[in-house]
Ligand binder design. Structure first.
Ligand SMILES: [Zn+2]
Length: 154
């Protein structure tokens, strides 16, 4: 990922490419997050990533901002021009594309990515979606798992 992923604003595609060249790598692949699901969070989910709270409404709903596709693809091209001996592979990591097929298809058409990762970051509990920390908060301790399974508030 690079600065084009909504959850990695401090990263840098250019610095990553420069480091890859230093290390003698033949290629790098960027798979930026494109997420269309909104999910429920609590403040402790952001320990060490407090800048992400900008995307959270007071009721605890996180709405990821859209991928700036034009900016991202321009940056890929700049890096390809700047590092001609490094293969810069463009990609996207699509969260829950099966739940957002129209907008996901449009992004894939427009992006013409070299690689596409299909990811599952959230699952529903009732009518709301959660990432793993929230899923665990909503879990009941399964009896079959024995005594090593941690207890979470239900
Ligand atoms: Zn991911």
């Amino acid at each position: 990922m690079s600065e084009w992923s909504w959850d990695a604003p401090g990263d840098s595609m250019e610095r990553t490419c420069a480091r890859a060249v230093e290390m003698g790598l033949p290629a790098v692949a960027f798979t930026e997050h494109a997420d269309y699901t909104t999910w429920k969070v609590v403040a402790s989910d952001f320990a060490g990533h407090e800048q992400l709270t900008a995307f959270v409404t007071p009721d605890g709903t996180l709405t990821p901002p859209r991928l700036d596709l034009d900016g991202y693809l321009e940056c890929v091209q700049r890096c390809r021009d700047q590092f001609p001996n490094l293969r810069v592979i463009s990609g996207v990591e699509l969260g829950e594309a099966h739940r957002h097929s129209d907008v996901a298809a449009k992004l894939l058409d427009a992006g013409q990515f070299d690689r596409v990762l299909a990811s599952l970051h959230t699952l529903p509990v009732g009518q709301q979606f959660f990432e793993p920390p929230g899923l665990c908060r909503n879990c009941q301790r399964p009896r079959w798992f024995g005594s090593t399974w941690p207890r979470y508030p239900v």
